[in-house]
Design a protein around this ligand. Structure first.
Ligand SMILES: NC(=O)c1ccc[n+]([C@@H]2O[C@H](COP(=O)([O-])OP(=O)(O)OC[C@H]3O[C@@H](n4cnc5c(N)ncnc54)[C@H](OP(=O)(O)O)[C@@H]3O)[C@@H](O)[C@H]2O)c1
Length: 330
């Protein structure tokens, strides 16, 4: 198969109906590509009338794709090496280029700033449970690179935010500021956050893959100080609010989980530089990041339209925030 691909391209998305895949499908359709989705039909079935849908469970059987040829495959939702290998085996020889959506969680060391050359986690019997996700993704990356070589594009996103995010990590903040009142802010104004709007991620993947970019890329936004982030939330909300900072030490002492017990805040040991990842390679390859105000506005609009998160799934419940304010500040 040729290593550069025709436009419009035939694109197979493994997944495609929840968050990252869904946004990729939207971008690919808007760009007039011919899009095929492969999924089980459980998550948002029938979402895209303009795309072909092939139904199947990739953990067991991809025979519905037998004989099909695609310019490009994007494996958005591959988590397990045997499952990723099964797709590679099923499509081998009939695909031009292959994109694997990995994660920055593959990095073995997140205590110091990393670029794409940092060591990766190893998957073996001794892999700690909290490292399994990253170690499995790292093993999947190796399979895709072994199978497709220079025709593979490995994308390592950091935290992905924006409309349709199934977690309540980012949406919590614009929603919380829109409510106003006394707002508990975690850590220190100089602490860093790092994230990417799903639409910037999807746009970059599509542009890069269809123009023949291969290799490994960290794909996330630039580090942003918590202080600046919360100022932007406040400016967007415009509701009367008093912000109150509580240090990481005090939050941990009060029993808050240092791994995002408060949305975006990460104070877990070993994660000191998790939000200082070098993205210069992706930037040089055309990654652009939309203004934060737009991500905040669109995320809040989406969150409001869905009626907020399900009960019990709020990033930080109102009661818990009140308890922390009482115990740590009053
Ligand atoms: N969120 C973050 O901050 C973050 C950060 C770094 C990396 N990532 C990576 O980004 C990706 C996010 O994925 P997403 O959920 O947003 O992707 P998505 O493609 O929008 O949604 C997941 C898709 O997988 C399909 N699927 C699930 N199980 C399947 C099966 N057994 N067989 C066939 N299809 C199946 C689902 O449909 P059905 O249920 O209908 O099958 C759905 O279409 C992941 O690879 C994750 O590791 C995320």
């Amino acid at each position: 198969m040729p290593s550069t691909i025709s436009r419009p391209s035939s694109i197979l998305i493994l997944g495609g109906t929840r968050f990252v895949g869904r946004t990729l499908v939207e971008a690919a359709l808007a760009d007039d590509h011919q899009v095929t989705l492969f999924h089980r039909g459980q998550t948002n079935p029938g979402l895209f009338g303009a795309a072909e849908t092939v139904l199947g469970d990739r953990t067991r059987d991809l025979s519905a794709l037998a004989g099909r040829r695609f310019d490009l495959v994007v494996d958005v939702a591959g988590y397990d090496p045997p499952v990723v290998r099964r797709a590679l085996d099923a499509l081998r020889g009939r695909v031009g280029r292959y994109v694997y959506v990995s994660s920055l969680s593959v990095l073995a060391d997140q205590s110091t700033p990393q670029n794409e050359d940092g060591d990766l986690l190893e998957l073996d019997d001794d892999t700690a449970p909290e490292k399994l996700y990253g170690a499995r993704k790292a093993a999947c990356e190796r399979l895709v690179r072994d199978a497709f070589g220079a025709r593979a594009l490995i994308v390592r996103p950091g935290m992905i935010v924006g409309p349709h995010d199934p977690t309540d990590r980012f949406a919590y903040w614009p929603r919380r500021f829109a409510r106003g009142g006394r707002i508990l802010l975690p850590g220190d104004p100089a602490d860093l956050a790092q994230f990417i709007d799903v639409r910037d991620l999807a746009g970059w993947i599509l542009r890069s893959a269809t123009s023949g970019v291969g290799g490994v890329f960290n794909v996330t936004g630039r580090p942003l100080a918590f202080g600046a982030f919360f100022d932007a939330c406040q400016a967007h909300a415009g509701a009367p609010a008093t912000t109150v900072w509580a240090s990481s030490e005090r939050l941990i002492a009060a029993g808050v989980n240092p791994w995002m017990g408060i949305p975006l805040w990460i104070a877990a040991p070993g994660c000191e530089a998790i939000n200082e990842v070098d993205v210069s390679r992706a930037t040089a390859a055309g990654l652009t990041i939309r203004p934060l105000a737009q991500t905040l506005a669109d995320t809040l609009a989406w969150d409001t339209a869905r009626g907020g998160p399900a009960q019990g799934h709020e990033g930080l419940g109102e009661q818990e925030e009140r308890r922390l304010l009482r115990e740590l500040v009053d």
